[in-house]
Write a protein that binds this ligand. Structure first.
Ligand code: AMP
Length: 145
């Protein structure tokens, strides 16, 4: 899908926001939802999405909604770094299929990076549910704490 197009309310993140599809939730408020990436590129890969925006990408999203998302991105990045001790962390956001976007509801990736470990392939390998559950519990404790 290119940068131009219409928002599909059946996209997987819209389903997760509505509660029609499951997720490993890390944080939620009235405007923002954060959850673990199901096909993580590294240990602790998380996603942050606006809940009220029918926006596919950064060109369409309301600036106030974007600000709220970025506030949560910072809070969650701090929690991930405190809990998992990565050597670096990437914060990324893709717009349009040629830029790597595969889900067309705007979102921000938080990808912890560990020295000597390459990046997993994007959206390719489903994580072990038990590992995601364990990670979710650790990060929720850290965010709430
Ligand atoms: P992007 O390619 O930037 O659109 O990122 C979409 C991300 O969503 C990828 O990293 C996928 O691994 C991830 N993803 C796809 N489906 C799900 C899902 N059901 N729950 C959590 N993450 C997902």
């Amino acid at each position: 899908m290119s940068l131009q197009g219409t928002y599909d309310p059946q996209n997987i993140f819209a389903q997760i926001i509505r509660g029609d599809a499951p997720c490993y939730k890390l944080y939620e408020d009235d405007d923002v939802l954060a959850f673990l990436d199901l096909f993580p590129q590294s240990h602790g890969h998380a996603l942050v999405v606006p809940k009220r925006s029918a926006a596919r990408n950064i060109l369409e999203v309301d600036p106030d909604a974007l600000c709220k998302v970025m506030g949560v991105v910072q809070r969650l990045t701090r929690a991930i770094v405190d809990e998992l001790n990565p050597d670096g962390v990437q914060v990324a956001q893709f717009n349009g299929a040629p830029a790597g976007q595969t889900v067309f509801h705007i979102h921000v990736h938080i990808v912890p990076r560990y020295a000597g470990q390459g990046l997993g392939i994007h959206a390719a390998q489903k994580a072990d549910p038990a590992e995601l559950e364990q990670l979710q519990a650790r990060l929720v404790r850290r965010i709430d704490g």
